[in-house]
Structures are given as C-alpha cells and as structure tokens.
Ligand binder design. Sequence first.
Ligand code: XUL
Length: 508
Amino acid sequence: MSYLGLDLSSQSLSGLIIDETTSSFVAEHTINFTKDLPEYKTENGFVRGENLQVHSYPAMFLDALDLLLEAMRAHLPEVQAVSLSAQQHASVYLNEGFEQALKSLNPNQNLKSQLFSSLSREITPIWMDHSTTTECEEMTQKVGEQNVIERSGSPYCERFTAAQIRKFYKTESENYDQTQHIHLVSSFMTSVLAGQNSSIDTSDGAGMNLMNLGTSQWDPELLEACAPNLATKMPSLAPASATAGKISTYFSEKYGFSKNCDVILGSGDNPNSLIGCGAAESGTAVISLGTSDTFFSANGSNPIDTKGLGHVFGNPAGGFMSLICFRNGSLSREELLAHYGLDWQSAEEQMLKTAPCPIEEPILPYLVDEVVPPVKTTTQVSDFKDMDSAKGMTALIESQFLSLQLQARQHLPEVKLIRLTGGASRNKAIAQIISDIFQAKVECIQVSNSAALGAAMRAGNAHRKNDWSTWVSAFSQVGLSFEPNASNAQAYAQKSEQLQRLIQKALA
Ligand code: XUL
C-alpha cells in the first residue's frame, strides 16, 4: 500500500512515496521552480516586487505538478491516496470558470493551458510578502487586537491571508469582484488533484486570520472586517483527514494513477511537518530550518495564545499547535556563505571547531526585516568583513538561534527534546549549536523533507484509519542525535542576555 506526499514549498515542488507494507521509501523527486521552470524568471522560486511585495505564480505550480508526476509516473499506479503540503498563508484567486474547468480537464493538454483562464489574479502573494501593514492596522482598528487573537489565534499579520485579501480588494476591486473562490495553495492544488473545488483544512485555515479556532468555522466578524462579500468566496472548512474525492481522470489517464486513488485534503507545511517529525503529541518541539526557520510544537486542545506572540494553527492529528516563524532562515545563512565563497561542507567543518564563537558580543542576525522580534534589517554581510569565515558563520548562526530561543521560551519555558528538520538540519554544526543553546537533546529525523513525509503519512492514515503511532514508528525515524555540551551553557546564557539588550535597543 503506497502513499504519495507532495510538498509545494517556496522554492520547489517535491513528491515522496512511502510504502506502508514494507515501511520503506519508494521514490522521491523534486522540481525546482527557478532551475526547472526558468520561464517564470523567479529567484529561489519567487519574485520580489516593490514595497516589500513577494509573489509567486499559480501557473508555475501547475506546470511543476505536470513535470513532477511525469518524472514519478513509474510509481504512481500503486498509490492508494495522495495528500499535499504547501507553504502557508499564500492565496490563489479564481473566477466562476474554475469548477467547470476542473471537471473538463483533458489529459492531452497540460494543466496550465486549461486552468489559466480561471485565475482572477495571475500571481499569488506568498508568506514572505510584507506589504500589507496598512491593511493589518485597518483591520486591527475595526476588530481589536485582543479580539482577533482570541478568535483566530494570531494578531493581524502582513503575510496572513486576510491582510492579502484586503489589499487585493482595495487595489484591484474589479478583479476581486470577479473572484468566486479564494483558496490557499494547499486547497487550490488539492482541488486540481481531485478535479473539484476542495475544502480548506482547518489546520492551514487557522493561518488566515479568518477562521474562529473555537468553532473551526469562518468567523463572520473577521470576514466582515476583511473585505465585502467574502463569505461567498470562501470554500468550506473541513478537518485535514477529510477526503476531497477520488483523483481526477486527468491524472489517472495521463500519469497512470488508479481511478480509486483518494485525494486527502492538503494542509500547510508546518502542520504537515509536525506529523512528519513524529511530534503530533505534546512534549517534542520542532525546529524547521528552511527558507524561513520555524519553531513549533503540539499544544493539546488549548487554542489560545493570549499574548499573540506567535500563532496557533490546527494540529492535523487533532487539537492545536503553536508556531513562531522567523524570516531570517536559510536564505540569510546562505547569503553569508556566498559572501565567504564557502560551501556548506567546509563551513560545517570550520564551525564545529569554532562554537561558541570567540567574539565578545553577539551580532543582530537580521539580514532581512524579522517577524519576531519585529526588528527591521540590522545587519549586512559587509558587517562581517572583519571576521574570518569560521567566526562569521558561527556568529550569525549562534545569534539566529539565540534570537529564536528568546521567542521560543515565551511559548515553551522548558524544552527537553527538539526534532530538527528542513534542508539545513543535515548540518552537524548547526544541530550542535542548537543543542548547546537550548541545553536540550536534538534529534534529526532521517527524511529531510518532513512536510512531504507528513503529507504522505496523513494520506496513509486517512486512507487506512489506523493509529498514528504505526506511521511514526515506521517513517519518522531519528538519524543523528546531539547531546548538549554542558560546558557551553554559561557562554550561551551570557550571549543570550547580551542579544536581548541589543534587540531592545533596536526596537526602541
Ligand atoms: C509560517 C510561515 C512559513 C511558511 C513557509 O507562518 O509563514 O513557515 O509556511 O512555507
């Protein structure tokens, strides 16, 4: 019995097939947006516009899906169920032709040519877009900060869908009026796979500032504050384990899927990663090292983070998860790496010999505006010119995780076990620094794409209706693990205090 998990991240679309019977990984493939679809002229998979706008293209996602399934076709006939993970918050806008276009997809043509005319907006604003401060302020004024936190689990945030929808309505009102369905990327791609308009799953739906966490339904007051007639444009909400339908005949005829293959609702990358990392029960924190770094953990049935320091999303296994997102993740680390002309392997060797960094003061690690703490860009790679590469890389990475720990502490005062995932989780130096800073055991799960794994596990679990533990013990295997070095505890505690003072100064 095999299951396909798809992961549409900021930079790529990946597929991972797992086999439940043999507890094995069958196939994996990735389409890199920038490299494999150069006609969209993206950099790292997205486009930076003016005034902090960042967008991607739904048409590119469709092209990537055709390319990926073509490459994986040998394994697709065995797939019993498929589900998808996608970057959170990003929205896709569709007109009245969408449902009919889905129903009449012709396998002799590609997806893009048949669905392009259903888009009422050519771009999708993604989670890196920071251009909607005014819209956040307007909605906060109407609803009240504490009220939106208690209803939706987060204060109004620039990257969240409500602020993006409001901006679209304000700046392109005609196109907004033409819009009949507003999807998240996860529910858009799920609709395509199932050949019918899909529900949004409540885990990813919680990242929109529109869903009421208490009722798991759209919140009329939040919809009203966002844009006119919004209730008529929102798909229904359903749990992540719900079935969107059987796979569309486009995919069975073109790529050889069985006609019986189930499509399980898609969800966000962080909720999927929680599952893939085997952390769906409270007690284990996850740090995901990707384009953004995120810190998250399951938090039982308690939906409220009254301080609104981070966000509360749904846990696809039931209950809720809390999450903090940091914009200075891998791209900032890689910018400095490129400045030193290093590759990760040599940087890792140098850093293992250098941590803790011998420089006296930590450096503010914000090469781009940060979400939490809300500090504007403080640092450029040229600020590292007086440090050799070993010190510079160590200084940046230590400060990134000291900053992350300062925020994480406010959610989870005591962290005993961290599961590490994402591209950079293969780096032993980074893992050891995290273990030393938190003075906690760090375990790296063997599969680096825990979001695709989580989607595949969700597909399997929803199809088989069996226990999560079966999937976790078979697939969320721990590879390397790191014990905290007690002799570094004091140096990091001191640096943490210094960094906190620097942050307070930057915020003043
Ligand atoms: C979470 C967030 C990011 C994206 C990245 O709130 O914005 O982690 O989901 O894909």
